[in-house]
Design a protein around this ligand. Structure first.
Ligand SMILES: Cc1cc2nc3c(=O)[nH]c(=O)nc-3n(C[C@H](O)[C@H](O)[C@H](O)COP(=O)(O)OP(=O)(O)OC[C@H]3O[C@@H](n4cnc5c(N)ncnc54)[C@H](O)[C@@H]3O)c2cc1C
Length: 455
């Protein structure tokens, strides 16, 4: 018999923790999982899922406008925030219930409490005022929004945690940040009719993405009436009679009803007892792990955003699964973090996999670029002035496709499938040998023949 209460105790019931719990229990391990807020974690409760529902809501505005070109008379339209917010809450509650039931069905014991490490085998379950021991501990506590407390008036702003529950929908909003969450919320607000400003400290939004995606989306956002201000941050934020007033670096004053700070996220390790258990973190506060997600303490592992590798749900899920296979399934499995396809649910959407042009040029000697910009068919009758962008980054020596980048409708869906080809090491010749699906936008990827740039 084990001298511990559990084979595995997991702290954090989000994407990574839940997957690890179910897989480990499936291998016959006795598993407990502690969650301090709601099972499902960031993705289900206040991330990917509610955000995507809001993105869908925001797209109706364009659909209504475009319908006229196809012969539809839509009439008066109006948006009701409480309906969207409350319907979303019902769906999230349904999903949370599913997560709980699936864990219970797998035989996992659920603890609705904050948990902290007492030593390398002991976890304190705070609201139960009890401690349990486990042979193996998995930390899957995720990340939290980074808040810049040096900005006077920051207390008047909200983060992505609160944006899903606002009492009133703002008529004017400023979104601070240039990463995918900021960009997505700027698109959501604008689509739902809010006068929207996106304020970013860097040269261009979406740092880390291919430059054509960055400048392309910037241009599309401005066409939509979103004011994109780069190279600026808030100096102060004041509460006034008419709402909020932000003063930015260049001295301009921007009034708003709501200010959303989405300037990044950081690993959530505060008060977790990492020091008492001797678990090492890096300079950014992320838990350091090896390729099997093992920390410097032999029986303690960590997966997901708390390790700050690639902070996406499918990555956390894969890391949780690989951990359980390794430790409880006798199948040592490491996670390959290369060529992870991803989307930005902006409007228009971005899909991307592999290397951007600049990064490819820094790593390979000969790079060929294929690029196509065109108006999607739907916008011809709809009349929308929106360009689609497709781009292939190819290694000129081996002909291998290193990156695929898209702006336009269904870009995320395309990126998922292109991800398979890139992961398999497909060459440009493989793309060319593939016969097009017509009429689609995606066919452009197998019909681009002319290099636009080579080095
Ligand atoms: C607004 C937003 C939109 C996003 N959109 C996307 C997207 O479109 N696609 C995508 O792939 N990713 C998206 N993400 C990222 C994604 O949500 C995360 O990468 C993913 O949730 C990470 O999973 P995780 O298991 O590491 O942590 P989380 O899902 O954050 O789960 C950690 C859990 O641990 C709990 N916890 C923390 N400390 C303790 C403790 N001491 N005791 C008990 N419980 C604790 C937390 O309450 C939380 O439920 C988005 C994130 C945000 C914020």
């Amino acid at each position: 018999m084990s001298r511990h209460d559990y084979d595995l105790l997991i702290i954090g019931g989000g994407s990574g923790g839940v997957r690890a719990a179910r897989i480990a229990a499936g291998y016959g391990a006795s598993v407990g999982i502690a969650e301090e807020y709601r099972f499902g974690g960031t993705c289900v409760i206040r991330g990917c899922v509610p955000k995507k529902l809001f993105v869908y809501a925001s797209q109706f505005r364009d659909h209504f406008a475009d319908a006229a070109g196809f012969g539809w008379r839509v009439g008066e339209t109006a948006f009701d925030w409480p309906t969207l917010r409350d319907n979303k809450d019902c769906e999230i509650a349904r999903l949370e219930g599913l997560y709980r039931r699936n864990l219970e069905r797998a035989g996992v014991e659920l603890f609705d409490t904050r948990a902290v490490l007492e030593d390398r085998h002991t976890v304190r379950l705070l609201s139960r005022a009890a401690s349990v021991t486990a042979k193996t501990i998995l930390i899957a506590t995720g990340g939290i929004p980074y808040v810049d407390n040096s900005v006077p008036g920051i207390e008047h702003t909200i983060t992505s945690n609160e944006v899903f529950h606002m009492d009133r929908f703002p008529e004017r909003v400023i979104v601070a940040g240039g990463g995918y969450i900021a960009v997505e919320f700027a698109g959501i607000f604008a689509g739902l009719g809010t006068e929207t400003t996106l304020l970013y400290r860097g040269e261009e939004i979406l740092r880390g993405f291919d430059d054509d995606l960055r400048t392309g989306l910037h241009a599309e956002y401005e066409k939509k009436g979103i004011r994109v201000i780069c190279n600026n941050v808030f100096r102060t934020i004041e509460k006034t009679e008419g709402g909020l007033l932000g003063t930015i670096t260049d001295g301009s004053k921007i009034p708003a009803d709501q200010i959303l700070f989405a300037i990044g996220r950081r690993p959530f390790t505060e008060g977790l007892g990492l020091e008492t258990a001797g678990v090492a973190t890096n300079d950014g506060g992320a838990i350091e792990v090896d390729t099997y997600s093992r920390t410097n303490v032999e029986n303690i592992y960590a997966v997901g955003d708390v390790t700050d590798r690639i902070n996406l749900t499918p990555v956390a899920i894969r890391e949780g699964h690989a951990f359980a296979d390794t430790v409880f399934g006798a199948k040592p499995t490491s996670v390959d973090h290369d060529n992870v396809a991803t989307a930005v649910f902006s409007s228009p959407e971005i899909g991307t996999v592999g290397l951007g042009e600049a990064e490819a040029r820094s790593r390979f000697e000969e790079i060929d670029i294929y690029r196509s910009r065109f108006r999607p068919m739907k916008h011809t009758l709809g009349g929308r002035d929106e360009q689609m962008l497709m781009k292939l980054v190819v290694d000129g020596r081996s002909d291998r496709v290193l990156g695929c980048h898209i702006i336009g409708p269904d870009a995320g869906e395309m990126a998922q499938l292109l991800g398979i080809a890139v992961k398999m090491g497909a060459t440009k010749a493989d793309f060319d040998a593939t016969i097009a699906v017509h009429p689609t936008a995606a066919e452009e990827f197998v019909t681009m023949r002319e290099k636009v740039a080579e080095s």
